[in-house]
Design a protein around this ligand. Structure first.
Ligand code: C2E
Ligand code: MG
Ligand code: MG
Length: 410
């Protein structure tokens, strides 16, 4: 968090009195580097002169130039400022502007009333993150198709496992397998960096086979050790181009003496199932053979209700964005409630991902979701770390007769 004295602010308001009032309040908070602008032209000229401001306080409603145009303009700066709106009382509109700013990698610190409360302003200043853009957009790694091809060949790609907990009993019931690349030079690389590349260069079938085998071998070991869980494995929509997928996956599960019922196949709805007849053929046959099917990142894609009707899903996995938003926005909480209700009515297991805080955990308990997963419980863990986590967690369960309490792992 930067020192208050070093924070530079630009204040834009066509009302001189409001400008002076805000400046005084900032002074009272120890922020003295302020530039007041009474018109958008003045603000734009100041920015064009190359001056950098950490935070821009702007009105949303202005006659010729509104706050959204200001955000667009600030985004073109080499290092965009954080933004505070000084006249937004409509929570829905604020939510949309917040989303817009975040999509552009800019920090919206919130909205102030005409007479801002001291604490609200102090919290906004404390929340200001000069490295916001870097944090929300991690640098892309330079990875090539040939590097990925040889990584698959050399088995540098493995699964990490993130625990899934039954919300009602607190018991460990499953894990989601997430592909990670153990790169000799670059370290551990998460799926987001290389799955799109695998999709672009036709390596999804090889990658899926490698991850699936790794998972089945691991599950067989854990079941023998008494770690009795199901495994959720992610598939790409591109896996649904291949009609013999059910046979391939069945053959692997049989090789490790597993039942398909112990595997949950996750599909993301945000990427459309291009060829519906082929997808339906494959997914129905996977289900016939006993695999469970989960609709991942529910709520983020298009025509999701249509897919729920068409495809024999057994589980609905609520996107972490809804969990995040529910604590801030009443509307998101209502949407979340209705997703859980829908899953109950359709007799689908309801899984909440992205549980990061004790408040999120209480939220999903209150909503009566079936299963929870997220950093508050544990981050994705290598197979060895997961094993000791599971044993420790079980021991914790056995030693206390009381309802188990979660031990957050950071
Ligand atoms: P997903 O299936 O929705 O996986 C959840 C992602 O959220 C994971 O990112 C996980 O590390 C992250 N996550 C878990 N808990 C939390 C939390 O509390 N807060 C936050 N902010 N994030 C959390 P990851 O590992 O980068 O995976 C990204 C996506 O890549 C996955 O999203 C999945 O769609 C895809 N993916 C992962 N493994 C595979 C794979 O083996 N095959 C295919 N085709 N796709 C995969
Ligand atoms: Mg998933
Ligand atoms: Mg997900």
């Amino acid at each position: 968090m930067p020192e208050r004295q070093s924070i530079r602010c630009l204040l834009l308001d066509n009302n001189e009195q409001a400008l002076n009032c805000l400046e005084q309040q900032l002074h009272a908070q120890g922020v003295f580097q302020t530039r007041l602008c009474q018109s958008p032209d003045d603000a734009l000229q100041t920015l064009a002169a190359g001056d950098h401001f950490d935070i821009v306080f702007t009105k949303l409603h202005m006659p010729q130039f509104d706050g959204i145009e200001m955000i667009r303009h600030l985004n073109q700066q080499p290092q965009p400022s954080a933004v505070v709106l000084t006249d937004c009382r409509d929570n829905k509109l604020l939510g949309s502007v917040d989303l817009l700013a975040r999509e552009k990698g800019m920090q919206l610190l919130g909205a102030l009333d005409r007479r801002p409360n001291k604490q609200t302003l102090a919290n906004m200043l404390d929340n200001y993150d000069p490295n916001y853009r870097r944090h929300c957009q991690p640098p892309r790694l330079a990875l090539s198709p040939s590097m990925l091809r040889s990584a698959i060949f050399q088995r540098q790609i493995e699964a990490f496992f993130q625990p899934q907990i039954c919300v009602n009993s607190g018991r460990l019931v499953g894990a989601e397998a997430l592909a990670y690349w153990r790169h000799p030079g670059k370290g551990i690389i998460s799926a987001d960096h290389f799955i799109p590349l695998a999709e672009q260069c036709g390596l999804i079938p090889e990658l899926t086979r490698l991850v699936f085998q790794f998972c089945c071998r691991q599950l067989q070991t854990w079941l023998k050790q008494g770690i009795n869980i199901s495994l959720s494995i992610n598939l790409s929509p591109l896996n649904l181009d291949c009609l013999n997928l059910p046979e391939t996956l069945c053959e692997i599960t049989q090789r490790y003496n597993l039942k398909p019922e112990q595997i949950i196949i996750e599909l993301t709805e945000s990427r459309v199932l291009q060829d519906l007849p082929t997808s339906l053929d494959i997914l129905s046959r996977l289900r016939l053979r006993g695999f469970q099917l989960s609709l991942d990142d529910y709520g983020t894609g298009h025509s999701s209700l249509e897919k729920l009707r068409q495809i024999p899903f057994t589980e609905l996995k609520i996107d972490k964005g809804f969990i995040r938003a529910a604590s801030r926005q009443q509307d998101s909480l209502r949407i979340l409630e209705s997703i859980v209700e829908l899953s109950k009515k359709l007799e689908l297991k309801c899984v909440a991902e992205g549980i990061e805080t004790p408040q999120d955990w209480e939220l999903v308990q209150g909503l009566r979701c079936d299963t929870a997963q997220g950093y508050y419980i544990a981050k994705p863990l290598s197979n060895l770390k997961f094993e000791s986590w599971a044993k420790h967690y079980r021991r914790g369960l056995l030693s206390s007769r009381a309802k188990p309490r979660l031990q957050p792992v950071r």
